[in-house]
Design a binder for this molecule. Structure first.
Ligand SMILES: C[S@@+](CC[C@H](N)C(=O)[O-])C[C@H]1O[C@@H](n2cnc3c(N)ncnc32)[C@H](O)[C@@H]1O
Length: 257
């Protein structure tokens, strides 16, 4: 056992509430060693000593351990399935929808959902809770500004309808923003809401250990209303959904029984 790294994990848990032992170890350690070496520290204990007294270093650490890459309409064919198959079934004869984008990063995912729901026929009211561990990405998300390159895959009609042009990029309109509430939340330690019709949790589970994932699947299932759906990332199939009271509805979509 690497006592130096074990001590670092304990200190980080005490200081930030982030439990690094729930993230896949080899991957996380490799990333943090690279960061430590960039800062010229030979051990995690020396690195922690500095980090604990330096807000910039702490932010740099948080930025490195949370991988924030996101895209509008990430894996477009999955969003098509959501729009054409899942939403019509989910809504049935309801007029409203309560959704959660868990680990939403810089906001592309909840805003994609908000654009889609805004055009969905028959729906009169919807809310999207969007959460992430990282305060910096949440600030970016709330602001809703994106450089041109980040919105290149948004269809032109939607760009025109839901974004306003700024000098260096585009800003999401208030009409789309008003449905989304951003909140800081650690999926591994904070409580979950309930009665969601739809939970979108994509491209974060891959970083967690199998044990942590199993706990999370159970908690997501509890947070859904019966018939509600968990939408996961395109490499994140759940092996045995029945264990958590879920069943596969379409690839990457799990319905609460
Ligand atoms: C790769 S991004 C995924 C963004 C978006 N869901 C998507 O698929 O495009 C992963 C996000 O998970 C967040 N994250 C990592 N660990 C987390 C945790 N324990 N609780 C909540 N969010 C976490 C990171 O801050 C990051 O923004």
């Amino acid at each position: 056992m690497d006592l130096d790294y074990e001590g670092f994990k304990k200190n980080i848990l005490l200081k930030t509430g982030i439990d690094l032992s729930k993230y896949k170890e080899a991957q996380m350690k490799r990333r943090l060693i690279a960061l430590r070496e960039k800062r010229s520290f030979d051990s995690f204990s020396d690195y922690y000593q500095s980090l604990s007294n330096d807000r910039n270093m702490l932010d740099e650490f948080l930025d490195r351990m949370t991988i924030n890459v996101s895209e509008f309409y990430r894996n477009p064919s999955r969003w098509e399935v959501l729009e054409q198959k899942i939403l019509p079934r989910l809504l049935g004869d309801r007029l409203s929808l309560k959704a959660w984008s868990a680990a939403c990063s810089t906001g592309e995912e909840p805003y994609t959902l908000s654009m889609m729901l805004s055009e969905f026929k028959g729906i009169t009211n919807f809310s999207i809770l969007a959460t992430d561990l990282d305060e910096q990405v949440l600030e970016h998300a709330k602001n809703g500004f994106y450089f041109e390159k980040a919105v290149q895959d948004v269809p032109n009609v939607k760009k025109k309808r839901y974004f306003s042009k700024q000098e260096l990029g585009l800003k999401v309109s208030d009409e789309i923003k008003k449905h989304v509430t951003f909140r800081k939340q650690n999926l591994l330690s904070d409580p979950f809401g309930k009665d969601f019709d739809l939970i979108v949790c994509r491209n974060v589970m891959i970083y967690f250990t199998e044990e942590a994932k199993a706990v999370l699947y159970g908690k997501f299932s509890k947070a859904l209303r019966p018939g509600g759906v968990l939408f996961v990332g395109s490499t994140e199939q759940i092996f045995n959904p029945g264990l958590y009271g879920l069943e596969s509805e379409e690839p990457f979509f799990y319905r609460k029984k």
